[in-house]
Write a protein that binds this ligand. Structure first.
Ligand code: ZN
Length: 144
């Protein structure tokens, strides 16, 4: 944990300013300081977690619950036609601040942006059946 030097932990503690949109028991939402589009916001857990898989499910549910509420307000406020909800999880995925954060990026018809699926295209060499089997076997809570 690099909590002491974490920019988002400092925002949570009020040691750094932010344009706060909402605050709940386990999560806060605020505007991204370098927005990709008007209304671009971040929703983060108050507790320092580096990656999504480090978080307990209950906290993830509360985090996504707040993202859902905030996204609805953003769409209305900036008159967006849609939004991307995304998380850069791990350095390989482009994570720069090592504190879990959902991005809500408002989208507008004809804005020139692309969908999340355009981020990467890595060849899948195994059959989907084999990949699915591996994932089910790796899952700590198999239910299939
Ligand atoms: Zn942090």
């Amino acid at each position: 944990m690099e909590e002491e030097n974490c920019v988002f932990c400092k925002i949570v503690k009020g040691e750094l300013p932010c344009h706060k949109l909402a605050e709940e028991e386990v999560a806060i939402a605020f505007l991204d300081i370098n927005p990709c589009s008007p209304g671009h916001a971040l929703v983060i857990p108050k507790k320092h977690y580096e990656r999504l898989e480090d978080m307990p499910r209950e906290e993830v549910e509360k985090l996504i619950g707040l993202a859902h509420e905030v996204a609805k307000a953003i769409v209305k406020a900036v008159n967006a036609d849609g939004f991307n909800l995304g998380i850069n999880n791990g350095r390989a995925a482009g994570q720069e601040i090592m504190h879990v954060h959902f991005n809500i990026i408002p989208r507008f018809q004809g804005d020139g942006g692309r969908p999340i699926q355009s981020l990467v295209k890595v060849e899948v060499k195994e059959s989907l059946e084999e990949v699915a089997k591996k994932i089910r076997e790796a899952w700590s809570k198999p239910n299939l």
